[in-house]
Design a protein around this ligand. Structure first.
Ligand SMILES: *Cc1c(COP(=O)(O)O)cnc(C)c1O
Length: 362
């Protein structure tokens, strides 16, 4: 001990360092660092979510909200959200049913903190959104992963959920439309999830961060519809509902008076183009959300050992960012975001094809 001073009594938690290593953002920054500054072409971001600015600027300029607000959110905002969500439910939500947070990230933080009593565990989907794992560790809440079934449209392995649950299980998380896999669950399947939760006596945390984001004739059923079977807590994110100016990909447009979705065929472009690239396969065409999971066939490639290496080389050689499956608990898969202009999507997938052709096993 230097100068006889006592040792520091605080220190970082090793487990947490490891958990926070794998987040969407950390992997994204790692890939961006590999971009080739000398590549004259524009980078195609097939790894990110969208950005928004106009609505924020309008709210600031209106000078109506320059005040200290209540912790749970201002009443007009909570009322608007309650009314909006009630359109799809068999009952009416009140503003008191709504708790506003700083993004879905803070909502996850709040609910996991509340649920984390000593010895408790929570069931998480695999593939899934990685923040749940990191945040649960932070609260000493044990996590157990159940599989989503790629061959069944990424449905929940309900038997797996039942096998994992025990007396200390408090909740099961589902994500619909799904990030990273872009699937939209049927009414029947969601009902079965609620019935399973009822049987186990646990809560359903429905991460419906994209809300209504279903394409074409895929019907979106909110999990809240099944609130009479089991308690359902729905998390949503405004950030993924706003869109960049001029963008028309099937997102909920906030200034659209009917709140209708516009489907410009991003999902079709994605599944069509992916079929032309032999090293990746898509088990199911996305029905909503903003991304799709594709399986990487490493045996068709020369000198690429895993999904991370594929993504790093792709960033370097083609200035295209896609995320490796390891970030979502699925080694040797890739997550491709289609939340970009159709032109960029075509361009990006075309570059992945060129990348494949250069690295294909002869
Ligand atoms: C993006 C995302 C979040 C985090 O939402 P923010 O509003 O960006 O904090 C949570 N869950 C899922 C499934 C997501 O895709």
């Amino acid at each position: 001990m230097e100068n006889g001073a006592p040792a520091w009594k605080f220190r970082g938690d090793e487990g947490l360092f490891a958990a926070s290593d794998i987040t969407v953002r950390s992997i994204l920054y790692q890939l961006m660092a590999n971009l080739d500054a000398g590549d004259g072409r524009a980078m195609v971001p097939l790894g990110h979510g969208p950005a928004a600015e106009d609505a924020v600027v309008d709210a600031l300029r209106s000078a109506k909200f320059n005040c200290y607000g209540p912790t749970v959110g201002i009443l007009p905002a909570r009322r608007a959200i309650a009314d909006y969500l009630s359109r799809d439910l068999p009952y009416k939500l009140s503003p008191d049913d709504v708790h506003l947070t700083v993004g879905c990230t803070q909502a996850i933080e709040a609910i996991l903190t509340v649920l984390a009593r000593p010895g408790a565990n929570i069931l998480l989907p695999r593939p899934g959104y990685p923040y749940y794992d990191a945040r649960a560790k932070h609260s000493h809440l044990e996590t157990r992963s159940f599989d989503l079934l790629p061959d069944k449209g990424w449905e929940v392995d309900l038997k797996g959920v039942e096998d994992l649950a025990d007396e200390s299980t408090v909740a099961v998380v589902i994500n619909n439309p799904g990030n990273p896999y872009g699937n939209v669950y049927s009414y029947q399947h969601l009902k079965k999830v609620a019935e399973t939760a009822r049987k186990l006596g646990i809560m359903v945390i429905a991460d419906e961060v994209y809300g209504h984001l279903a394409f074409g004739d895929t019907p979106f059923v909110p999990m809240g519809v099944f609130g009479s079977i089991a308690p359902v807590l729905t998390l949503g994110s405004i950030s993924k509902r706003w869109i960049a100016p001029g963008w028309r990909l099937g997102w909920l447009v906030t200034n659209d008076p009917n709140g209708f979705l516009k489907d410009t065929g991003a999902a079709d472009i994605c599944s069509g183009k992916i079929q032309e690239i032999p090293c990746i396969t898509c088990p199911k065409k996305p029905g909503g959300g903003m991304s799709v999971m594709v399986k990487l066939n490493l045996s068709s490639l020369e000198g690429i050992k895993d999904d991370m290496e594929f993504c790093i080389k792709l960033a370097k050689e083609e200035s295209v960012i896609v995320l490796p499956g390891i970030g979502f608990g699925m080694k040797n898969w890739l997550r491709v975001t289609f939340a970009v202009e159709p032109f960029s999507l075509q361009d990006g997938l075309g570059r992945i094809k060129a990348f494949y052709e250069r690295h294909a096993k002869r």
